[in-house]
Design a protein around this ligand. Structure first.
Ligand code: LLP
Length: 436
């Protein structure tokens, strides 16, 4: 039975009244692997990768590529999935790059981002032979040229551009407007200055430009607008310098459904509208259609995982609220404390019962703000129940911490009723491993 009150298509209820993900009984998984436990639906992730890849080929033929934004959830298994699906990869740190190297990810399909890449990261990227470095600022351009020269290399780059577009999303995850730490602004002439500088350096090859206007965006218009602005800039550079850049990376940001209140467009609507706009704009500006890249992160993994916890206590505070405390919290999911992010919460072992209670789900950290959700509907729960928080695939594990020296959870992937561990549960030995 697929239940519409829960948001993800991969989530169902079986004959025992237990919540399932990708056909696997989450209560059985919680017993077998312990909690907190993150469970990803591999088949759903692969289906998302394929849907994006197909949409890119429908719209651009061979002249485009999907890069998975690893920051959403990076681990070797995710890199292997994207590698096997023929995708590219967006990395934003030495750690994400190292993960990709360890997974034998083809380096020519990697874009290395970041507003403050360290000297060591720049060297690492050059040594690994990453396909494109997305240069954020003039200082980086100088350093990169110097290092590439020292290695006798010519490094392919894109310039990170702020297209000056205000996407309507949480303030912390908006990146396209002029007041942003990322990239070169168009309005100030800084972007053109960067392009001219890049063209003047002997060990850099300017392939194109990149933008990313924000994350969890529902509105299609800002994407369409950004695409036109970016192509307009490419046309201007051609006019001013004679250089016709060949690549345009439009970033990620497609919104997903966390709760029923979220109404994202099907991503194909974004893809088709952006492609149509690009084709019109290219014809108008008299430039060739560039190679198009997109970088979805959340929309590949976000809705395809859930986190399982064990309820430790239920505290009713008359006329105030009921706290349900679980064995994880802000350490494995800091998104409520950071963005007041909404999630659906379900009692996995009573999933067929109605959600009649309104509770606050609290973590186990020594911090009052350590909440996973406030005033959320849930079944009547008691100590020992298994609680599932849905759609935790993106920016949960990747933003996890060891606050209070709590080990990070185990992460497993299920596929056609089989499961396997993809990230082991951290141990107390891991916690003290670097202590001297
Ligand atoms: N490309 C670039 C350059 C990015 O900065 C990002 C996300 C993406 C692609 C992928 O965006 P997505 O498709 O996942 O929206 N921690 C926040 C989200 C931060 C997004 C950072 N950049 C959260 O938990 O909502």
């Amino acid at each position: 039975m697929v239940i519409s009150m829960y948001v993800s298509d991969s989530v169902s209820i079986n004959e025992f009244g237990h919540l399932t993900l990708g056909g696997s009984d989450t209560v059985v998984l919680a017993k077998k692997y312990g909690t907190p436990l993150m469970v990803f639906d591999r088949d759903a992730i692969v289906a998302n990768c394929r849907a994006f890849t197909e949409s890119v080929s429908e719209n651009y033929g061979d002249n485009g590529r999907v890069l998975y934004a690893g920051k959403a959830f990076s681990c070797k298994e995710m890199c292997r999935i994207c590698r096997d699906e023929g995708m590219g990869l967006d990395v934003v740190s030495g750690g994400e790059l190292y993960t990709a190297i360890q997974a034998d990810f083809p380096m020519d399909r990697v874009c290395f981002h970041g507003n403050n890449k360290t000297q060591q990261e720049i060297s690492m990227a050059l040594e690994a032979g990453v396909g494109r470095i997305v240069v954020d600022n003039l200082e980086e351009l100088v350093q990169l040229n110097k290092k590439a020269a020292a290695m006798g290399r010519k490094q392919g780059i894109l310039l990170r551009i702020k297209p000056g577009i205000d996407a309507h999303t949480h303030d912390f995850i908006r990146t396209g407007q002029i007041d942003s730490k990322f990239g070169f602004a168009l309005e100030t002439g800084e972007a053109e200055q960067a392009a001219r500088a890049a063209l003047s350096y002997g060990n850099i090859e300017l392939f194109g430009i990149h933008c990313h206007i924000g994350s969890q965006i529902f509105d299609v218009d800002p994407f369409v607008h950004a695409a036109r602005v970016m192509l307009g800039f490419m046309a201007k550079i051609k006019l001013d310098t004679g250089c016709e850049m060949r690549e345009l990376n439009l970033g990620g940001g497609f919104g997903i459904k966390y709760t029923e209140a979220d109404k994202p467009e099907n991503f194909r609507v974004y893809m088709n509208r952006v492609a149509a706009e690009l084709k019109n704009a290219a014809a108008e500006y008299g430039i060739k259609m560039p190679f198009i890249m997109i970088e979805p992160g959340r929309s590949i993994v976000g809705a395809e995982a859930l986190t399982l916890y064990t309820v430790g206590s239920v505290k009713h505070i008359p006329d105030v609220r009921t706290y349900v405390s679980v064995d994880g919290g802000m350490g494995d999911n800091p998104r409520y404390i950071l963005y007041q992010a909404k999630y659906e919460v379900v009692c996995a072992n009573k999933a067929d019962q109605p959600r009649t209670e309104i509770v606050t789900v609290a973590g186990k950290c020594c911090e009052s703000g350590d909440l996973i959700q406030e005033h959320t509907p849930i079944q009547k729960v008691e100590a020992g129940d298994i609680l599932a928080v849905l759609s935790t695939g993106a920016y949960n594990y990747s933003m996890a911490s060891n606050y209070n020296r709590i080990p990070r959870p185990e992460v497993i992937m299920v596929s056609a009723g089989e499961e396997k561990t993809i990230i082991k549960r951290e141990t107390y030995e891991n916690i003290v491993a670097n202590d001297i």
